[in-house]
Design a protein around this ligand. Structure first.
Ligand SMILES: Nc1nc2c(c(=O)[nH]1)N[C@H]1C(S)=C(S)[C@@H](COP(=O)(O)OP(=O)(O)OC[C@H]3O[C@@H](n4cnc5c(N)ncnc54)[C@H](O)[C@@H]3O)O[C@H]1N2
Ligand code: MOO
Length: 402
């Protein structure tokens, strides 16, 4: 049986991802979205030379320790001083206020002794002190956020400061998820003999949702041709950008998903990948819809979605590929066979740095071990096994890294 190498499978998937399409969204709705165009500043920030302190705007050359100078006015944020200061003059100024003409430094009020309309300072000051020069943060016309930036609190605050009420972001795909299996019941129902509670769709939706316009749960379809044809044709006709099935991907008589998809016009790009868990992964397309047939085993479904669908979504949005981490093992790993192994692990921070602890459980139906993991250790094909301290590649499962 020929199994496609993992890297080749990923390359084939990424090659089917369409180019980024942009749409305009208001600033308030842009959290988590990805910029489809670089963001350029419309103005200088600050727009004027501004004081960084509450104190006095001075001509630095005029200031001598203990020598009184005349206070001729006030500049406050939103109401600047409407004149120019000349030799021997200063202006009372507040944080964020425009520096008056003629001034070139600000002395904080804690270093000033004020008496009526005179003020003296305890020491001299260098020109530029406590002044934020115009355009110091960003200059009009400059690129302040590159295309492909995933917008979050800091970049959105910057976009607002740059006076950008609308942003050009990547359109996100609409995703449909369909579970297959005669044995499946919904969470909350009572288990009859031989039944299993369906879990895959409940993990896949939150795994993918932050990159998707919507993730729609299409329910459970039974393992007979008629039901599968009905459910899959409806799903394929619903205009999803990405359709995901779980289960029925292997070689048993009930594993009919691939046959039915093909009958419905899906072109299969590949089936079966040289990995564990997740070997029976299928990928195809019909028109603009990409179709992922994930294995039914819960760990296999989540691992294949992490390894293949998340990178496809990143590409869809114009995000750079997520880089795995390089970390020392905190325990041993056993020799691997010929399939690339995505081994559950936990990232642990110790006094000596960050390490990854392998979780020995490799059963592809064992969800509690996956839930206790926050990383997948990528064990290469035919790896002889690792010792504590060996450096390994690690895919963090934490969304913050994705
Ligand atoms: N003779 C062979 N048998 C199997 C092979 C093989 O190569 N030759 N591959 C094995 C591997 S590897 C995997 S993975 C599984 C994948 O099987 P399917 O994708 O056909 O999945 P099912 O048979 O439908 O289900 C497997 C397992 O997962 C449970 N399941 C299914 N859907 C869900 C769901 N939505 N939520 C929770 N659990 C689900 C299902 O009850 C089964 O226990 O095939 C091996 N067999
Ligand atoms: O490779 Mo399967 O996906 O063992 O569970």
């Amino acid at each position: 049986m020929s199994l496609l190498p993992v890297d080749e499978a990923l390359a084939r998937i990424l090659a089917r991802v369409p180019p980024v399409i942009s749409e305009t969204v208001p600033l308030e709705q842009a959290d988590g979205r990805v910029l489809a165009e670089p963001l350029k500043a419309q103005h200088n920030q600050p727009p004027f030379d501004a004081s960084a302190m509450d104190g006095y705007a001075v001509r630095a050359a005029d200031v001598e320790a203990g020598q009184p100078l005349s206070v001729i006015g006030t500049s406050q944020a939103g109401a600047g001083f409407d004149g120019t200061i000349s030799q021997g003059e200063v202006v009372r100024i507040f944080t964020g206020a425009p520096l008056p003409g003629g001034a070139d430094a600000v002395i904080m009020q804690e270093e000033a002794d004020r008496k009526d309309d005179k003020v003296s300072f305890r020491s001299t000051v260098a020109a530029g002190r406590s002044v934020r020069p115009r355009g110091n943060d960003f200059a009009a016309g400059s690129e302040i956020l590159p295309q492909g930036t995933r917008l979050g609190p800091f970049s959105l605050a910057l976009a607002a400061a740059a006076n950008a009420p609308m942003l050009e972001v990547a359109r996100r795909p609409r995703i449909g998820v369909l579970a297959t299996g005669d044995e499946l019941i919904l969470p909350g129902q009572t288990l009859a003999p031989g039944q299993i509670v369906a879990s895959n769709s409940y993990g896949l939706a939150p795994l993918l949702s932050s990159f998707a316009e919507s993730t729609e749960d299409l329910g459970i379809v039974r393992d007979n041709r008629q039901s599968a044809v009905l459910a899959l044709s409806e799903a394929l006709d619903s205009g999803f950008d990405i359709l995901i099935t779980t289960g029925g991907a292997s070689v048993g008589e009930h594993d009919i998903v691939q046959d039915v998809l093909q009958d419905l016009g899906v072109e299969i790009d590949f089936w079966r990948v040289n990995m564990r868990p997740g070997k029976p992964l299928m990928f195809g397309h019909r028109g603009k819809t990409l179709v992922f047939g994930l294995p039914g085993n819960p760990v296999s479904a989540m691992v294949t979605a992490t390894v293949f669908i998340l990178p496809a979504l990143r590409r869809w949005l114009g995000l750079a590929e997520a880089q795995p981490l390089r970390l020392p093992l905190a325990g041993t790993t056993t020799p691997n066979g010929s399939r690339r192994h995505f081994l559950r692990g936990r990232i642990v921070t110790t006094e000596n740095g960050t390490v990854v602890l392998p979780i020995p459980q490799t059963d592809s139906a064992h969800l509690s071990s996956l839930a206790s993991a926050d990383a997948l250790i990528i064990q290469p094909e035919d790896d002889p096994g690792g010792a504590e301290g060996d450096l390994v590649w690690v895919l963090p499962l934490d969304q913050a890294f994705q």
